[in-house]
Design a protein around this ligand. Structure first.
Ligand code: SAM
Length: 265
């Protein structure tokens, strides 16, 4: 299956974007995301441990809501025989991803809205060994997310895996949640005093780079500041993934605020 929206990293870097320092943007994106999640790299390490354990060291991966291609970068650094399709809707983050992986035949990118029921038809493959995602699906409300899980279940081959690292809130523990949140935000405030960039400030910086100004304006037309969504509990994610066709689902890592949920088909 091929589609005009599917582009290999070899061919998609635009002329306007050719001069940008993509590695600097990757680094800056990572620092911004780590301000919210200091243990972000731990999540990726365990995610790739579980990829290796369940589908081996040369998987075909779908990097779902890939952003700048964070998961793809870590995947290929650890498993050079892997291949990856990144899918996202944000033109600015996709520009950074495409610039970063230009010339790498193992990687391709697809522009699609994960709320569009037809998005899987834009992918270059019908089936994946692993569908991996991080810090993204809380941009969706529970109902569209459950629909998305149904489509993901169809894309994962039998024996393949889905993993989602994200904020997952257990509403049955309000005092724990409040205390954890207060501590996390106090630490973020302290880091801010030392110069950490938050989400809005990072986007203001992106808008000033001639290579990203156009795509950044377009992403604000698409999303506004940030899409509205929900953060259901890990138990909700595991239950819905089983209902949608996965045989097993449970957390394989968690912090006080985040969970890495693994489902096996
Ligand atoms: C905070 S970023 C995380 C990116 C990357 N996974 C990472 O960990 O750095 C959230 C991503 O989800 C993407 N996203 C949110 N809703 C989406 C949708 N409906 N369709 C496609 N991508 C979406 C955004 O465009 C953004 O790239």
């Amino acid at each position: 299956m091929t589609n005009a929206d599917t582009t290999t990293a070899t061919t998609t870097t635009t002329t306007a974007a050719a001069g940008a320092d993509w590695q600097a943007w990757q680094h800056s994106w990572d620092r911004q995301q780590e301000w919210y999640m200091p243990d972000r790299e731990d999540r990726f390490r365990i995610m790739l441990d579980m990829v290796e354990a369940l589908v081996g060291p040369a998987p075909r991966v779908l990097d779902l809501a890939c952003g700048t291609g964070t998961i793809t970068a870590r995947l290929l650094a650890r498993f050079p025989e892997a291949t990856s399709t990144g899918v996202d809707l944000d033109p600015a983050l996709l520009a950074i991803a495409e610039g970063t992986f230009a010339g790498d035949e193992r990687v391709s990118f697809v522009t699609a809205d994960l709320k569009d029921p037809d998005w899987p038809s834009k992918l270059p493959y019908d089936a994946y060994d692993a569908v991996l995602t991080a810090t993204a699906l809380h941009w969706l409300h529970a109902e569209p997310l459950a629909d998305l899980y149904g489509r993901v279940a169809e894309l994962v081959r039998d024996g393949g895996v889905f993993m989602n690292a994200d904020h997952m809130i257990d509403d049955t523990t309000p005092r724990i949640n409040a205390a954890e949140r207060a501590q996390r935000h106090a630490r973020m405030d302290a880091a801010k005093g030392e110069g950490a960039l938050d989400w809005s400030e990072w986007w203001q910086l992106a808008a000033k780079d001639p290579a990203l100004a156009g795509p950044t304006a377009r992403r604000f037309e698409i999303y506004g500041e940030h899409a509205d969504g929900e953060m259901p509990s890990a138990a909700w994610h595991a239950r819905v993934l089983r209902e949608k066709g996965f045989g097993e689902a449970r957390p394989v890592w968690c912090s006080p605020s985040d969970t890495l949920l693994l489902a096996v088909k």
